[in-house]
Design a protein around this ligand. Structure first.
Ligand code: NOJ
Length: 748
């Protein structure tokens, strides 16, 4: 069997003699194919199209669809397509695959898709899940995602999205793990492990595609698709590490991004796609362009026409073209004209065929196309149970004045707001395959938890962006009748995701007016924020008695929220993105530089780095998150005040649960390099531990630091550490904690 063999070839590990033979056979088989392939067939393997054979919505324009499907089948039979994406279903998959097996060389199709946070069982959006600070949770939800998606006939996932997002205006913040590099690396690797499982050849494993390579999160002004202009140091220090972590975890494909970087579009950027990716990192997998990103080289003003765009993308290192059809159209002629070397074409084809083999497709072209598995493995009860656990673990308690939460199950509750009964914005912006009808609304979750469902009164109060006539009066009346108001407000899913950047990251005005009216009743007010990014909270929303960040939590959103509201689950999430004071602070991130005139609270603010309207601080900084328990941190202790150049030190503290409730806390390790040849951030996360403590229980939490944790990208673009003074904290957020310091000694 090819699989383990090909994998060994791909990751170039030593193999036993017998396996070495298999690798040779495998390689010989692929070489044999390549020798027999026509130029067109080669370009076909490097072409992927949206799956019009098994459409997501076949009932819209059925005649047109049928024709498109038939045309595509002809292309597949002619060997002019190597892969299809974003279709689903075993029946259509078998049909498409049988067409590929009728092609001259019978090379099976690869079925790709965006299964970003669940197939039919929808887990929290990736940003939400990052708030759990539990990469192992992301690994489990990714595993289930792969189990369901492969049961529906898919092999290749266009995930995880690992772009670091430091500007909350950018809509795609929702798809990644937030603003921090360390957290982003751990979640990137965990998701790759989850999708790919133990062995790519297993029928329930999916090839992972960390995307978008690279620096897409750095788009200027947070506007999607916009220009990226950043230093090579920031590129390497902030944006590339999560990709490297994903590749180290075994990911064998990646997607080139839409943006340009310093004048060169990423999808024609040889330095990125070849020099760094293959040269420095030894990546053995293949690169697919983002959707028509090769075509877009023309609009970028980087290529004059289709032919040139094809040549530039291909020669830069994009192995496979998504959707434009440029490769099948232009690569054969470019090779014939001697403008693209045949050897380069063969290398790209070989990369794709090796992955098809690694997935076991040559052995079993109908892998993951089994209707029994399709019926059995999708939407299982245990998947829903995991979705509920993931939902509640992703919720962040920002504020809880006078311990107004958790609520009593016998309270009289007024559930108010456009998201109270909504079922269209539970999943989030990136679910192609799930059915909104199957998700649990906030109202349903709360109702199921209450001792007596008649304790719950529901009033919409306002639309998302427009008032409802009489809505506020009805909401105020309900509030007056209740013991407590739960206000479900925030963003619809169309406000985040691709092409959904915002200039003003606030709760829409109509809902803000509703919140002000409810607050004026004087009833305790709990805000449930629905959001795909950090928001700038204002007025009554900001000042509510309690605020829960509930993002888009997926299939079990309502139940997850109810678990937290009533204390059946004690919240343990922490922010993966900083909530700013004002929208105009963007891009705001906790690990910013000091500036020459840092604003220091308590000191005169004039001529300091701040805005007229607000200091350069967050309302809730990265890492913040409360619990119903209370935790006390002892001052941080060091095993030594000096770290030898090749040595290590231990940083520790004792954390005590001083409350009467068991709970979980995320202890975060931050470091600051005080003086360096390149200025360093005011703090950087270097480790964290999520611990569970019973009432009164204490635990010693320790981290080991070595020189590797103190490195940065120097002027020559190499990772270096410099001797000198470092500050260190173990803290419940990026702006708290007691500080210690130590010295990194010179090399002896
Ligand atoms: C465009 C998006 O940028 C990318 O993330 C996605 O994978 C492709 N479309 C395919 O749907």
């Amino acid at each position: 069997m090819f699989v383990s063999i090909v994998l060994s070839a791909l990751i170039a590990q030593p193999v036993f003699a017998q396996e070495a033979d298999k690798v040779k056979n495998q390689e010989a088989y692929i070489d044999g194919l390549i020798e027999r392939m026509t130029l067109e067939e080669k370009a076909g393997q490097l072409t992927t199209y949206g799956d019009e054979i098994r459409l997501l919505n076949p009932d819209i324009n059925p005649d047109v669809n049928r024709r498109k499907g038939e045309d595509l089948i002809k292309e597949v039979r002619a060997g002019r397509v190597g892969s299809l994406f974003n279709g689903r279903g075993v029946k259509g998959g078998r049909l498409a695959q049988s067409a590929a097996l009728q092609s001259r060389l019978k090379i099976p199709l690869l079925f790709g898709a965006d299964v970003i946070h669940g197939y039919r069982t929808v887990f929290p959006v990736p940003l939400a899940e990052a708030a759990s600070f539990e990469p192992q949770l992301a690994e489990r939800t990714a595993r289930v995602t792969a189990i369901e998606a492969t049961a529906a006939g898919l092999h290749w996932n266009f995930a995880p999205m690992v772009d670091i997002a430091r500007d909350q205006r950018w809509g795609r913040v929702v798809e990644g793990s937030g603003e921090d590099v360390y957290l982003g690396k751990l979640f990137a690797a965990a998701r790759v492990r989850g999708y790919q499982g133990e062995n790519l050849a297993n029928e329930d494993s999916m090839l992972a595609t960390p995307k978008h390579f690279a620096a897409y999160g750095a788009v200027s002004g947070g506007m999607d698709y916009n220009t990226v202009d950043i230093s090579p140091q920031t590129l390497r220090e902030v944006h590339l590490p999560p990709f490297k972590a994903a590749f180290d975890a075994g990911a064998l494909s990646t997607m080139s991004s839409f943006n340009e970087i310093n004048g060169v579009p990423a999808s024609a950027n040889r330095e990125l796609l070849t020099d760094i990716l293959r040269g420095e990192w030894g990546f053995k997998g293949f690169v697919v362009s983002d959707y028509t990103a090769d075509m877009e080289l023309i609009a970028h003003g980087y290529a004059a026409n289709e032919r040139e765009a094809t040549k530039l993308a291909f020669l830069a290192g994009v192995d496979m073209s998504m959707q434009s059809g440029f490769y099948i159209k232009h690569l054969p002629a470019l090779v014939k004209a001697g403008e693209v070397p045949m050897a380069a074409l063969d290398d790209s084809v070989r990369r794709v065929l090796r992955l098809k083999a690694a997935l076991g497709l040559f052995d079993n072209p109908y892998r993951s196309l089994d209707s029994e598995r399709e019926a059995a493995d999708i939407g299982k009860p245990e998947h829903r149970a995991l979705a509920r656990d993931a939902a509640r673990r992703s919720i962040v308690l920002l504020r809880n004045v006078n311990d107004v939460l958790p609520l009593n199950k016998t309270s009289k509750i007024a559930l108010i707001g456009p998201f109270a009964e909504d079922r269209h914005h539970l999943h989030g912006p990136w679910t192609l395959f799930a059915d909104a009808k199957e998700a649990i609304t906030v109202a349903a979750g709360i109702r199921a938890a209450l001792a007596d469902a008649s304790q719950l009164e529901i009033v919409q109060g306002s639309n998302v962006e427009k008032p409802i006539k009489g809505g506020i009066d009805a909401a105020v009346e309900a509030a007056n009748r209740a013991d407590v108001v739960v206000l479900a407000i925030g963003e619809i899913h169309e406000m985040s995701g691709e092409a959904q950047s915002r200039t003003d990251i606030v709760v829409p005005a109509a809902q803000q007016v509703l919140a002000e009216a409810i607050a004026a009743t004087g009833k305790p007010m709990i805000v449930l924020l629905r959001n795909g990014r950090a928001l700038a909270l204002q007025g009554a929303v900001r000042d509510a008695d309690a605020i829960l960040v509930t993002w888009f939590l997926g299939s079990e959103m309502g139940n997850g929220i109810a678990d937290v509201l009533f204390g059946d689950y004690n919240p343990s999430g922490h922010l993966p993105v900083s909530f700013p004071l004002e929208s105009g602070q963007q891009p705001y991130y906790y690990n910013h530089k000091s500036t020459g005139r840092p604003f220091i609270r308590g000191e005169a603010p004039e001529f300091k780095a701040r805005y007229r309207e607000a200091p350069n601080e967050a309302l809730y900084s990265f890492g913040h998150g409360l619990s119903y328990s209370k935790f006390k941190y002892d001052p941080v202790k060091l095993s030594s005040k000096r770290m030898a150049w090749d040595g290590s030190i231990t940083v520790s503290t004792r954390i005590t649960n001083t409350s009467s409730r068991a709970g979980e806390e995320v202890a975060q390790l931050y470091v600051r390099d005080r003086v360096a040849s390149s200025t360093r951030p005011v703090r950087e996360l270097k480790g964290f531990k999520k611990i569970r403590l019973d009432p009164g229980q204490s635990e010693q939490v320790s981290f080991t630091l070595t020189r590797a944790d103190l490195q940065f990208v120097g002027a020559d673009l190499q990772w270096i550490a410099e001797p000198g003074a470092f500050d260190v904290w173990i803290a419940p957020s990026s702006v708290q904690g007691t500080r210690e310091s130590f010295e990194l000694e010179r090399a002896k």
